[in-house]
Design a protein around this ligand. Sequence first.
Ligand code: FAD
Length: 489
Amino acid sequence: MGIRSGRSYLESLRDGRQISIDGEPVRDVTADKRFAGAVQTIAELYDMQDDARMTFPSPRDGAPVSLSFLQPRTVEDLVRRREMVKVWADATCGMMGRSPDFMNVMITAFASAADSFSERGRQFGDNVRGFYQYARDNDICMTHTLVNPQVDRSRPVDRQDRDLAAHTVKEGDGGVVIRGARMVSTLCAFSHELLVMPSTYLTNTPEAAPYAFGFAVPVATTGLRFICRPSVVHHEAASPMDFPLSSRMDETDAMVIFDDVLVPWERMFIHRDVEMCNGLHNRTGIQPQTMHQFSTKNLAKAEFMMGLGFAVAKATNIDQHLHVQNMLCELIQFTEVTRACLRASEVDAAPNQYGVMTPAALPLWNVRMMFPKMFVRACEIIQTLGAGGLVAVPSYAEASGPAWPDVERYFQAANLDSRSRVKLFRLAFDAAVSSFSGRQQLYERYYSGDPVRLAGTLYQLYDRDAPMQKIWSLLNDLEQRLMNKRSDE
Ligand SMILES: Cc1cc2nc3c(=O)[nH]c(=O)nc-3n(C[C@H](O)[C@H](O)[C@H](O)COP(=O)(O)OP(=O)(O)OC[C@H]3O[C@@H](n4cnc5c(N)ncnc54)[C@H](O)[C@@H]3O)c2cc1C
């Protein structure tokens, strides 16, 4: 089939999936006001793929498939993939962290390392490869869930009093039956498939084995239910221009319930295998690939916030003040540091043990660790620059209301007419002040894991000996000089 059109994407979502929100089931996500805006945005992303720069020929039949499914063999491949990811990220201002390319890159990286799954049983590697080919050739939209529900984080999952986490309850000829819950699944309402993989550490005991799995199932599977948080879409907004981001990009987040979900054997990638779960990232080496994807998204997001800051500051001429230029300069630094790390990861890329061109990890780790703080600061800067103007801005609907003569006269800025000022400041409010923005800040803080434990990981993998050695060389050298001087005297 190859790349999907927006229209076929919309039709594919009417499949009986079980989505609950605000205490009611959702009959059709494409028509529901809480989901329809984001569905339309994703459909537009799919339509953008009708461009040779966004695709490569499928090895199966030559049909064009998304570059986000490319298994990179050269640095040029990484650059091509990054450029494709950037087109989508620019279209969403970097605000749809889980646009389909995120999971496409992840499943592609797993498939590139299918041999490491095969080491635990040949069928597992075949299953990963087969699922990747299916996703690539049918342009499947995927969500994933990695983390057990927050019940009691002081104990391992297999030693909790309340057994709520998803686990294997039985297995037979048809496959494996899973019962329990996982959190969080972003984009579930808009996806075709759910990938369930390990992330948190499991104790190496037989009791942990039922929690040690990896698999994929269609979102519309019997017994699979999603309970979404309330939407950040402002249903009563007088104009979509009042919330230009929220109205189109709420990707939703949900808890996933497995009510005895049957996973066919050909969809199992890891089964009762604690060692494989705990060593997954090291064995497969997928992290640099996913970090390359989300650093590209972060670049688009940094560029967007920077452009917004420039425009807001220029509107009322505050960009003439030195401290305002300082804040705008911070936005420039966020953009350029992210760009530099991304490029460095490509320049220093090298093939991994599977022959896959792998971006250098350390520059991308920097983006991963620094971007949450950068984004929160970027929101603070927009708030500081916009100040009271962010709340003294009316609905865009005033343009067609009786108060328009007042609005047209009194909402002008030095460099903007009223209509442009209302548009710009509503966008700034949505990006930096709204509930959509709050969710974005939380997303950046946690979407790739707990920053505390990530910092611990980075500290452990960093080469600390060489820099320490420099310190000791310096001290020993100074000491030697002192001793030489004394013996000369
Ligand atoms: C907006 C958003 C979207 C997300 N989307 C997805 C998604 O699509 N798919 C997905 O799989 N996940 C998703 N996540 C979940 C994300 O993976 C987790 O939030 C992240 O891994 C942190 O885990 P947690 O939320 O369970 O926090 P917890 O582990 O409960 O941590 C909460 C706090 O307690 C501390 N803490 C807890 N346990 C320990 C410990 N053992 N050692 C040290 N400190 C500890 C942490 O440092 C943290 O400050 C999303 C999260 C957010 C916020």
